[in-house]
Ligand binder design. Structure first.
Ligand SMILES: [Zn+2]
Length: 307
């Protein structure tokens, strides 16, 4: 999600995270939510990380790709869904075809490709996920007719679909995105689409935060729906994130929650996101492994390779 997180960095209530914590156990991780963006994100190169206040030192598109792949290797991220402008996604995919799963991106500034062109990309394996769909910022519900042919295609080809939910920064409708509406970020609004497309493999990005009750309601009734924890695991106050995650676990959803970083132009965010999960004292070792790896293996229909 573009543009959104700068404001979060200004919120004084968020305490700085500790330095990156290498998991150190050499077990595989799947990142369900990353971005293949240009380094000139939002028109600015080397933008400060909203949490640390420090720029990551990445000044070109190639450097951003290389630095991200380096962090992936460091944390043993064996697969990552990377979405962004199509030309960037295809470049990242060709740089590391086995690790990168291309995501078809949509937001207020970037449109989805033609349906038939998208079909070709999916069939060729260049793209493997429909998402991130940031419909909320364009003032659209997922149930909007605009998405219907794309959702039908994803259902037909059995391609997973990732939808942005929940958060946006303070004042966003007055700034970048006048069409943004809080309402469309509520996962409860997915119900009509789930009824229309019962075979759709849908995941709620950002875990539906802050809509805990609605997320539990949708996930409890629709067992095919999963969720990722991207960005809320490093950008919202840690106590709030842990309480939210605990709520999902307590509701019995621990087998459908997946790791995501939402790395945009800050490769170090990958380690910060991992630390957000590792520091959750209420999670058992098995529950962490489910979040980091096993749940995504099941959702993506991959073959287990241990871990
Ligand atoms: Zn998002």
């Amino acid at each position: 999600m573009k543009l959104l997180y700068i404001v979060f960095g200004l919120i004084g209530t968020i305490c700085l995270l500790s330095a990156q914590a290498d998991t150190g156990n050499g077990l595989p991780i799947i990142d369900m939510h990353m971005h293949a963006y240009p380094a000139g994100f939002n028109g600015e190169v080397n933008m400060p990380n909203p949490m640390t206040g420090k720029p990551s030192g990445v000044t070109s598109d190639e450097e951003l790709l290389r630095a991200t792949l380096k962090e992936m290797r460091r944390y043993y991220i064996v697969k990552a869904v990377a979405s962004g402008p199509l030309e960037f996604v295809l470049r990242w995919k060709s740089a590391e075809p086995k690790r990168i799963i291309g995501g078809a991106y949509f937001d207020e500034a970037t449109s989805l490709p033609d349906v038939e062109r998208l079909r070709q990309h999916f069939m060729a394996g260049q793209l493997g996920v429909l998402g991130e769909l940031v419909a909320q910022h364009a003032g659209l519900s997922l149930a909007d007719p605009l998405f219907e042919p794309y959702l039908a295609l994803a259902e037909e080809l059995d391609v997973p679909v990732g939808i942005h939910t929940g958060l946006g920064p303070e004042g966003i409708p007055y700034a970048c995105c006048p069409k943004f509406r809080v309402t469309y970020g509520n996962p409860i609004s997915f119900e009509e689409v789930l009824l229309r497309h019962p075979k759709l493999r849908l995941y709620i990005m950002h875990g539906g935060w802050p809509y805990l009750e609605e997320t539990k309601a949708i996930m409890s009734v629709y067992p095919q729906v999963y969720a990722d924890l991207a960005v809320i695991n490093w950008i919202i106050p840690r106590e709030e994130f842990h309480e939210y995650l605990r709520g999902l676990i307590r509701a019995g959803l621990g087998k459908r929650i997946m790791f995501g970083s939402d790395q945009m132009v800050w490769p170090e965010a990958i380690g910060m996101a991992i630390e957000g999960i590792e520091s959750a004292a209420f999670l058992s070792k098995e529950q962490k492994r489910d979040i980091f790896y096993h749940n995504a293996v099941r959702f993506l229909s991959l073959k287990e390779n241990g871990g």
